[in-house]
Design a protein around this ligand. Structure first.
Ligand code: GLN
Length: 309
């Protein structure tokens, strides 16, 4: 039986068709430039256990910066508020891979969701985990009940071979004393985490604890305290879409994390999570069709009219 959620998804699926071709697939990581642009998937997981999907919602894609959300959660679990000694929590207003603020701000990145901040998060995790890729995969496999979930070797290598800017940022932060491990080792881990492949349905499921006071529904695991989950959501709302965070908050109004693979994961507190994927990006590196689809979902559902708190 079709529900109103199925109808909203069907409407959005129709509406996005004319939008293909208006953005550009990320090409600064060679392996990503080869992704077929004409794809669109959207999945919704509700805190009551229902789930919905449309289009290419089961196709695996490169989660890229969406990984920053999960590594940040792991680091927060590990060191709690000590993380704020090494990373700020303000929107940067600059591109995701910008390094301009690092000099005047003494090697402390503005927030955990820009590249510089995520590199520090990966540095923290690299200190703790001998095999960080496995620690992250195990977490995501548990959250999605998908034992086959993995990172893509070709994508990781392609990014690692061309990671000059991220490497420069890591060394720059090291010069300020804000980097513990060797930048080479951290970059290996960072490129693997970004190359993780997941589908919209898996990503919506993996993030559901953020909509549910920190409690994962499938595994019954309390991933974060309710207070910590609320704080992660606040950071996602203000910093999750880089220098488009203000525009995204205005249009969509949800805590969310974007990635240059074209995925966006959004949290609707106490209701559920949404993941949308379409590879063509806008000028700020966020999925063009993905942003539109989320905006329309919020209009059609009225969910955004409820309190975010
Ligand atoms: N792996 C990408 C990078 O570091 C992730 C960027 C992104 O998704 N915005 O450049």
């Amino acid at each position: 039986m079709s529900t109103s959620v199925d109808l909203w998804l069907a409407t959005i699926f129709e509406e996005v068709q004319p939008l293909f071709g208006k953005g550009r697939v990320a090409d600064y990581i060679p392996a990503l430039a080869r992704v077929e642009p004409n794809q669109f998937g959207m999945a919704i997981a509700m805190v009551d256990g229902r789930h919905y999907a449309v289009g290419d919602a089961h196709v695996l894609f490169s989660i890229q910066s969406i990984s920053k959300l999960f590594t940040f959660v792991l680091a927060l679990k590990l060191i709690g508020d000590d993380i704020w000694q090494r990373i700020g929590r303000e929107p940067s207003g600059n591109a995701f891979n910008s390094m301009v603020q690092l000099e005047t701000e003494h090697g402390i990145p503005r927030n955990p969701f820009i590249n510089a901040g995520a590199l520090v998060v990966t540095d923290i995790l690299t200190q703790r985990y001998a095999h960080l890729d496995l620690a992250l995969l195990n977490f995501l496999r548990r959250m999605t009940d998908s034992p086959d979930l993995n990172w893509n070797k070709e994508v990781a290598k392609s990014e690692r071979d061309t990671a000059h800017r991220n490497m420069a940022m890591a060394y720059f932060m090291k010069s300020f004393g804000n980097f513990v491990n060797s930048p080479e080792l951290v970059l290996d881990n960072y490129c693997r985490q970004c190359a993780t492949e997941m589908s919209c349905t898996q990503l919506a499921q993996a993030a559901i604890f953020l909509a549910n006071d920190g409690l994962d529904i499938g595994s019954g695991e309390q991933v974060l305290t309710s207070e910590a989950a609320r704080r992660v959501n606040a950071l996602l709302l203000t910093c999750g879409a880089y220098d488009a965070a203000g525009d995204y908050a205005y249009r969509i109004g949800l805590p969310l994390k974007t990635g240059v693979g074209g995925g966006i994961v959004a949290v609707i507190p106490n209701i559920g999570t949404v993941c949308v994927w379409s590879p063509e990006l806008d000028a700020k590196g966020n999925s063009l069709i993905g942003g539109y689809a989320l905006e329309r979902l919020m209009q059609l559902s009225g969910w955004g009219r409820m309190s975010l708190a």
